[in-house]
Ligand binder design. Structure first.
Ligand SMILES: N[C@@H](CCC(=O)N[C@@H](CS)C(=O)NCC(=O)O)C(=O)O
Length: 208
C-alpha cells in the first residue's frame, strides 16, 4: 500500500495511526501542501479533490480519511477500531465525526487561505477563527467523553484516531486546553502507544 500524505495534515495523521494500529506496512509518499503538490495533474488524477490523504492499494486510490479507515477496518478487522455493538459503534462514529466533519473542515488549509486572500483577513483574525471553531467543537466533545483511558473505554477506537490529530492542531495553534481535562487525558493515554507515537507529524520523513 502507498499512502500519499503530508506530515502536518491531520486527516493523513488519522490514517497513519490506523495503519500502525493494524500493523499494516505502507510506503509513505509525501505531498508537499505548501508547494501545492496536491494541485498537480498527477495528483489530481489520484484524487480530484486535491486533498491528502490518498491510500493506494493495487491500482485503486482511496480518498477521505474516514472512508479509508473504515476500509482498513473491513479488510483487516484486527484489532477492531469500532465496538461490536451497533449502538456503541454509532457513538464512536459520532465522536469521530464531531471532529472530522464539524471541527476540521472549518480550520482546513483551503478555508484559511480563502479568509486570507479572498476575504482579506489578517493573521490575527484567522487565528481567532481557528481558535473559535476548535473551542466550539471541544466543548461538546469534552462533555461526551468518558476516558477510561481512551475516548470510548478501555480499547482504542476511531474516536481516538480523530481526537489525537485534532489536539495536535490545537496545540500547534496555541489553543488553551485547560478547560478540557478529559480530552487532554485521552491524548496523553494514546501518546503512550507506539502506533500513535510513530504516526506523529514530527516523526515523518517529510517533517520540516
Ligand atoms: N475530509 C477529508 C479532508 C482532507 C483534507 O482536508 N486534507 C487537507 C490536509 S488535512 C488537505 O489536503 N488540504 C490541502 C488543501 O486544502 O489544498 C479527509 O478526511 O480525508
Amino acid at each position: 500500500m502507498k499512502l500519499y500524505h503530508y506530515f502536518r495534515s491531520s486527516a493523513s495523521y488519522r490514517v497513519r495511526i490506523a495503519l500502525n494500529l493494524k500493523r499494516l506496512s505502507y510506503e509513505a509518499v509525501a505531498v508537499d501542501l505548501l508547494k501545492s503538490a496536491q494541485r498537480s495533474a498527477e495528483y489530481l488524477a489520484l484524487n480530484p479533490e486535491g486533498l491528502v490523504p490518498v491510500l493506494v492499494e493495487g491500482e485503486r486510490p482511496l480518498t477521505q480519511s474516514l472512508a479509508i479507515i473504515e476500509y482498513l477496518e473491513e479488510t483487516c478487522p484486527q484489532p477492531p477500531l469500532l465496538p461490536r455493538d451497533p449502538l456503541e459503534r454509532a457513538k464512536v462514529r459520532a465522536l469521530a465525526q464531531l471532529i472530522a466533519c464539524d471541527i476540521h473542515p472549518l480550520n482546513n488549509t483551503s478555508p484559511l487561505r480563502y479568509l486570507k486572500h479572498e476575504l482579506g483577513q489578517d493573521q490575527a483574525k484567522i487565528d481567532a477563527w481557528y481558535h473559535h471553531w476548535i473551542l466550539e467543537g471541544f466543548e461538546p466533545l469534552e462533555a461526551m467523553l468518558h476516558p477510561v483511558p481512551y475516548a470510548f473505554g478501555s480499547e482504542v477506537t476511531l474516536a481516538d484516531i480523530c481526537l489525537v490529530p485534532q489536539v495536535a492542531n490545537a496545540r500547534r495553534l496555541k489553543v488553551p486546553l485547560d478547560r478540557f481535562p478529559k480530552i487532554v487525558a485521552v491524548d496523553a493515554a494514546c501518546a503512550k502507544l507506539a502506533a500513535f507515537e510513530r504516526a506523529r507529524p514530527e516523526n515523518q520523513p517529510d517533517a520540516e
